[in-house]
Design a protein around this ligand. Structure first.
Ligand code: UT7
Length: 326
């Protein structure tokens, strides 16, 4: 029986830091409003970097930490909801950039929950014995889809990438339990990048540039996130027969500090056990969890045997929670 264990971490964010004060000059907002309502102080925004560049940066760090040669990587599985092209997928372009010529390449799309979904798919390939290792990445350039005249959305997002190497182990460790889910009836609550019908026979209402922008009913997403995160974390812990006290860190998708505070309270877990870095990166969609994991690893917060819970939620509406032993 094979299990899948994280053996390396990586992250890469754009050079440019944009603070709330910078945004005050672009839209009618304030550092006070953004900080109080979201916990965000700054975010990284691409100037010339693509999602592929950021994912490549994370992949190189993962390779270096793992000590593996690029040819050893058997699969690259990448989450994004802000691709550079609809095809080719970003995983193929990362494969080319790092020389992982033997890797099968696949992108998955489950919005901000995408990294948890990608981890789950990767774990299945390893559990089935198909691959001994899978590089799991998430890269997002949501700034491409932000309406920079809409203060209610443009202040929330940041760009970035992160990832891990999942490897086969015969020990009873690594990915221990998970829950994935979706509520498709809520698809209109959150999304981006509506694609036009564009052919010689088109009689649909023409789309405009605005149709590609992020659309969001913030209050509905807030309600969904706070109830679903709590429910999903409880479900996974119950299924695994692991108590909240045994969890060293909860690493939720970084969408809003207030969402995380509400969830901590509902779960009756000390907020200190929730890792937060949204103040520096904003909401980087599916990249937020692996960026946090890399940061935690480099700060020495993750040690062998630690149990952590990662939990993502977002457009779809989709959610995913995973219990992992480091
Ligand atoms: O990855 C998942 C993606 N999304 C989320 O997780 C978002 C979840 N939702 C949220 O985080 C919150 O709903 C927001 C942060 C988006 C909004 O916070 P809110 O407390 O729900 O504010 P609101 O939308 O109800 O707006 C309150 C007021 C409005 O003004 P009025 O109508 O009360 O006069 C907005 O126009 O705040 C105004 N407002 C702003 N003011 C200054 C909205 N955005 C801004 C802004 N700066 N950037």
């Amino acid at each position: 029986m094979y299990n899948a264990k994280i053996t390396a971490f990586g992250a890469c964010v754009p050079k440019l830091e944009v603070t709330n004060f910078d945004l005050e000059k672009i839209v009618d907002t304030s550092d006070e409003w953004i900080s109080q309502r979201t916990g965000i102080k700054a975010r990284r925004i691409v100037t010339d970097e693509t999602g592929t560049d950021l994912a490549t940066g994370a992949a190189k760090q993962i390779l270096e930490m793992s000590g593996k040669a690029p040819e050893d990587i058997e699969m690259i599985l990448l989450s994004t909801c802000s691709p550079d092209y609809l095809t080719p997928n970003i995983a193929c372009m990362v494969q080319n950039n790092i020389g992982a010529v033997n890797a099968a390449c696949l992108d998955v799309s489950a919005a901000c929950a995408g990294f948890v979904f990608a981890m789950s798919v990767a774990e299945k390939f390893i559990k089935a014995g198909t691959y001994k290792n899978v590089m799991v990445l998430a890269t997002e350039v949501i700034s491409k889809f932000a309406n920079w005249e809409d203060r209610s959305t443009c202040v929330l997002f940041g760009d970035g990438a992160g990832g891990v190497l999942l490897e086969r182990t015969e020990e009873n460790t690594g990915v221990l339990c998970e829950e994935l889910g979706a509520k498709g009836s809520g698809w209109e609550v959150l999304g981006n990048g509506h694609m036009p019908i564009n052919n010689a026979f088109n009689n649909a209402k023409p789309l405009t540039e605005a149709d590609t922008y992020v659309f969001m009913d913030g209050r509905e997403v807030f309600k969904f996130a706070t109830s679903k995160l709590k429910e999903s974390i409880n479900n996974v812990l119950e299924k695994a027969n692991v108590s909240k006290d045994e969890i060293k860190y909860f690493v939720p998708h970084q969408a809003n500090t207030r969402i995380i505070e509400v969830v901590a309270k509902k779960l009756k877990v000390d907020l200190d056990k929730f890792y937060l870095n949204i103040d520096r990166y904003g909401n980087t969609s599916s990249a937020s969890i692996p960026i946090a994991l890399e940061e935690m690893k480099s700060k020495g917060l993750l040690e062998k045997g630690d149990k952590i819970v990662i939990s993502g939620f977002g457009g779809g509406l989709a959610w995913g929670t995973m219990l992992i032993e480091i």
